[in-house]
Write a protein that binds this ligand. Structure first.
Ligand code: BV8
Length: 268
């Protein structure tokens, strides 16, 4: 699998970096919006880049309610594989820099499309380092890879369940109603949590700066969060290995790796 970490980029234009740093430093209400690219250097595969999760895999077969109904064992096999992979990954310098900014400046809102939990883990480490009572929250628009819930939707199930996807008979079932349990992520064709959407778009409307990191900006409604901030007057700083539909809206767009650029932008 091609590795996004192998992205080779010339160092960014010093003036562009300085301008972006100043915009983010003076921001009083910063929205940070991330996609799979922020976790690439942690070893978590992206979806659409070279070697992406959707390459060679039909997303409709694995990340839709219909796909799960047709073959729940195959879907759980794929999610169990992703859980095992992500469990071996750790937050990278970009996650940590974002967590430090959010902890130091509570007016910072972190919204992610990622389900890998790496922002949340970085926030927990930073909170412990600072002696904070609790980590800063992360709005995870597409759910959480390690969450599990009943297909009926209303019964909670334990997180971090060890799933044996060896056969239909070994798949986890709801202790309350006996229905199949499913990964606690948002699939294509499923509505996002209204509370998460409200939090994300309210932050976008209020933001005076928006840092967008590692998203191809093609999945809606999440992709509209950043453009909403820009249209509401926020300065948009994009960090990505390549151009995206958001690049034309960006005040400053920086090409390169998140693990290098995000600390350069946010750390004092
Ligand atoms: C819904 C499952 C309605 C979890 C995922 C318009 C409006 C509303 C909906 C739609 C619409 N048009 C189409 C739709 C339908 C659909 C959609 O958007 N389809 C797209 C593909 C066209 N949207 C939906 O179905 C959504 N639901 O709208 O419901 C509704 C309303 C009421 C009632 C019922 C229904 C649900 C969308 C969620 C789908 N779930 N995944 C999982 O298993 O993970 S989507 C999947 O894509 C991931 O969740 C991921 O988060 C998301 C976005 O991808 P990215 O994070 O951007 O990742 P990607 O690989 O694409 O890009 C990585 C980027 O990083 C690249 O740009 C690369 O250059 C860069 N990069 C790589 N390495 C680095 C780097 N950058 C910096 N440094 C590096 N090292």
């Amino acid at each position: 699998m091609a590795d996004d970490r192998a992205i080779a980029h010339p160092p960014p234009d010093a003036r562009a970096l300085a301008r972006a740093r100043a915009l983010l430093a003076e921001a009083r209400r910063l929205l940070v919006f991330t996609g799979a690219g922020v976790s690439a250097e942690s070893g978590v595969p992206t979806f659409r880049g070279a070697g992406g999760l959707w390459n060679g895999v039909r997303a409709e077969a694995l990340a839709t309610p219909g796909g799960f109904a047709r073959d729940p064992r195959l879907v759980w096999e794929w999610y169990a594989w992703r859980r095992a992979l992500v469990a071996r990954c750790a937050p990278n310098a970009a996650h940590r820099a974002i967590a430090r900014r959010a902890a130091a400046r509570p007016d910072t809102v972190v919204v992610t499309q990622n389900v890998d939990g790496l922002h949340e883990r970085a926030a927990a480490v930073v909170a412990a380092e600072r002696g904070d009572a609790a980590p800063r929250p992360v709005v995870a628009l597409h759910g959480r890879l390690f969450a599990t819930r009943c297909v009926r939707g209303d019964h909670e199930a334990p997180d971090d369940l060890v799933v044996d996807a060896g056969s239909l008979a070994t798949l986890p079932r709801c202790p309350r109603c006996g229905s199949l349990l499913r990964p606690g992520v948002v699939w294509f064709g499923e509505a996002l949590d209204p509370a998460d959407l409200e939090a994300a778009f309210a932050a976008a409307e209020r933001a005076d700066a928006c840092l967008v990191v590692g998203t191809s900006a093609v999945v809606h409604p999440a992709a509209s969060v950043a453009s909403t901030a820009a249209r509401a007057g926020a300065a948009l700083v994009e960090v990505n290995a390549e151009a995206t539909p958001l690049s034309a809206l960006a005040t400053v767009t920086l090409r390169g790796a998140a693990g290098t650029l995000v600390p350069a932008l946010l750390d004092d």
